[in-house]
Design a protein around this ligand. Structure first.
Ligand code: CMC
Length: 429
């Protein structure tokens, strides 16, 4: 089979190489397209455009396959800890015992956040959205670590920044939660593992440690792993495009948090719960809401449904749905929105509109039900997505820098006015 593609334009033939990935994925290498033909490509939303080669995450949307560094997501979610998976994403291999102990120790050593950051919480309005707080605090970390601004510092120094961000993130997230409920912050504890420490800072009090329920710790561990990476999605691409200008890691990740916030991306988990609540309060008539989602004159979309890449099922959603059943049962929580969610899913899966467009529940459809059963307010859901996605953002940022990726700078097809003469103000109509 040919590994080049021919393009005939203006009677001239041009040949471009076809690049093949390790899973036999193929793409046309158009690096020389503009130079040889004068043409650019036009692909709004990058539906057909590969921005990079990458060795981190493999995804086959037709078959519902997701693997980190070759390991199936199902096996990682069942057997690994979140820090093990973070190590895998960052360094390419599962850690051995000693490597994991070192990594966990490094993460523990940097959990404290500069005391001045506490002052930020005095300034935010009490009802401000946690994602707004998260992105500004993460960006502000760069002001506390000015050495991180140097794009050419040593690998060790860059590694320290990555560890700092991973370690401090759960502390920051828990403080944001404390702000929203009006409780004093709880400091990290070095004897606790990553997830237990996060849960203790979130649900413990200065007066008493939280009794971390293993059911909850295991559910959070699984959810974080499932969100760990998802190749070149909107927020990751944002992290990388910002990082491609050699902006520091804190600023790059902060931009990724902003991208994640949108309801078409990570913000969908909050939107799903709000939608399910609305359906419940409206009498639970799921058909009425399906009709709204199908109506092209109605901006309403079925939140937690559909995916740019998955066109069969989202393997993360399959795991999360099972986990939601288990967690609610083990915690003895009877949440009526779970029933609404299942009815809605069943109705949509049997509806021609959704079937013909290959719209299935995605990762966000059931995750909020678990977060709510655990006790998180709905505004915190996307922050929890960010906590899970963090190692993926960092790993992809690191790979982008290691590959010496040029600055991200798309082209365009200009459709505005052609040249015209300036009209002085007095002469304008
Ligand atoms: N409800 C109703 N119709 C939908 C939905 C939906 N949730 N999603 C897609 N469609 C329709 C859309 O109107 C279009 O119809 P038509 O062909 O008649 O114009 C068709 O399906 C294709 O949709 P699209 O918007 O062109 O697809 P996309 O790949 O650009 O968008 C998406 C993907 C995830 C943004 C979209 O499916 C959506 O808005 N879903 C709801 C929000 C959501 O759950 N987002 C979380 C995504 S998973 C977590 C993450 O990684 O971010």
């Amino acid at each position: 089979m040919s590994d080049t593609i021919k393009l005939i334009y203006n009677g001239e033939e041009h040949e471009f190489p076809v690049v093949t990935g390790s899973q036999n994925e193929k793409g046309i290498d158009i690096k020389k397209l503009r130079g040889t033909t004068g043409l650019v490509t036009l692909d709004p939303g990058f539906k057909n455009t590969g921005s990079t080669t990458s060795g981190i995450t493999f995804l086959n949307g037709e078959q519902g396959v997701l693997r980190y560094r070759g390991y199936p997501i199902e096996q990682l979610a069942e057997n690994a800890s979140f820090t093990e998976v973070s190590y895998l994403l960052l360094y390419g291999e599962l850690p051995n015992k000693e490597q994991l102990a070192d990594f966990d120790r490094d993460l523990t050593m940097h959990t404290l956040v500069h005391e001045d950051i506490r002052n930020f919480f005095l300034a935010y309005p009490s009802k401000s959205h946690p994602m707004g707080q998260l992105l500004s605090i993460v960006s502000s970390l760069s002001t506390f670590y000015p050495e991180s601004l140097d794009p050419n510092r040593s690998n060790e120094a860059r590694q320290l920044t990555m560890i700092r961000l991973l370690s401090k993130f759960p502390t920051i997230v828990s403080w944001i939660h404390k702000k929203s409920v009006g409780h004093p912050i709880v400091y990290p504890k070095n004897n606790l593992d990553y997830v237990s420490n996060f849960l203790n800072m979130t649900f413990g009090q200065v007066t008493d440690d939280a009794e971390v329920d293993p059911v909850i710790a295991s559910a959070i561990n699984k959810l974080l792993i499932l969100h760990g990476d998802h190749e070149q999605n909107c927020s990751t691409s944002t992290v990388k495009i910002v990082g491609s200008s050699h902006a520091n890691l804190y600023a790059s990740v902060s931009a990724g948090i902003a991208a994640l916030w949108g309801p078409l991306h990570g913000g969908a988990n909050q939107a799903v719960l709000e939608m399910l609540e609305n359906i419940k309060n409206d009498g639970g008539n799921v058909d009425k809401w399906l009709d709204k989602a199908k109506d092209k004159n109605d901006p309403f979309r079925l939140m937690g449904f559909g995916h740019r890449v998955y066109k069969n099922f989202d393997p993360r959603a399959t795991i999360i749905k099972k986990s939601a059943d288990e967690v609610l049962e083990k915690l003895g929580v009877n949440d009526p929105v779970l029933e609404i969610a299942k009815k809605l899913e069943m109705a949509a899966l049997n509806d021609d509109y959704f079937k013909s467009r290959k719209l299935f529940p995605n990762v966000d459809f059931y995750s909020g039900i678990i977060y709510r059963a655990i006790g998180f307010p709905v505004e915190m859901f996307t922050v929890l997505f960010a906590l899970g996605r963090l190692p993926g953002w960092i790993a992809q940022w690191k790979e982008m820098r290691d590959l010496k990726t040029p600055i991200g700078r798309p082209r365009q097809i200009y459709t505005g006015e052609t040249e015209r003469q300036f009209v002085p103000l007095a002469q304008r109509k």
